[in-house]
Write a protein that binds this ligand. Structure first.
Ligand code: HEC
Length: 157
């Protein structure tokens, strides 16, 4: 699957090539790499919010809108995010992030969670267009993919 391959390559590269990018943006407070990954997370949340609102009956079911949101999640989770996860940007290193140091010592585990999100989003893309019941059925795995990674790699608030 091409998208998963991209994620794997991207995250594997995070440990090696991204250092220069971080160093260049340090003087402006929170590094650009950190802002970029947090912005990506906001886009995840925005699109998941649309699907979640329909699942909970807070928004009328709309197959087209739900499919579009799920497609966005597939695309976002297929991006090469490598440079956004630059070394030296954990909670041990800087202020303004909740990314735990475990990310950089357990990159295989992170990749696993990232792939799980991509797969859950792809399943939602199919389910979202079928019916509200299908969408609701796929919601647990999708939300769970976010939560699993946060539990392991994001500092609680
Ligand atoms: C592969 C791991 C992983 C997955 C999958 C993941 N997240 Fe995150 N998320 C993180 C980490 C790590 C942070 C902390 C980033 C930081 O502060 O630098 C974070 C932060 C966030 C934030 C706070 C962003 C900010 O502005 O500070 C939101 C919102 C969020 N995630 C939503 C989601 C949603 C919704 C999903 C699923 C669709 C998701 N995440 C999937 C790891 C993940």
């Amino acid at each position: 699957m091409k998208s998963v391959r991209t994620i794997l390559l991207g995250l594997a590269a995070a440990g090696t090539i991204a250092g220069g990018v971080t160093a260049a943006s340090h003087e402006a407070g929170v590094p650009a790499s950190v802002k970029a990954r947090q912005a990506t997370m906001q886009l995840y949340a925005f699109n998941l919010g649309t699907i979640g609102a329909m699942a909970q009956g807070n928004m009328d079911y709309d197959a087209e809108a739900a499919t579009a949101a799920a497609q966005n999640l597939v695309k976002l989770s297929s991006m090469n995010q490598g440079p956004m996860w630059a070394p030296g940007t954990s909670t041990d290193d800087i202020e303004g992030t909740r990314a735990l140091p475990a990310i950089w010592t357990d990159m295989d585990g992170v990749i696993e969670k990232a792939v799980a999100l991509n797969e859950a989003a792809a399943a939602m893309e199919t389910a979202a267009g079928e019916s509200l019941e299908s969408l609701q059925g796929a919601m647990g795995a999708l939300g769970g993919a976010c939560g699993d990674c946060h539990k392991a790699y994001r500092q609680p608030e």
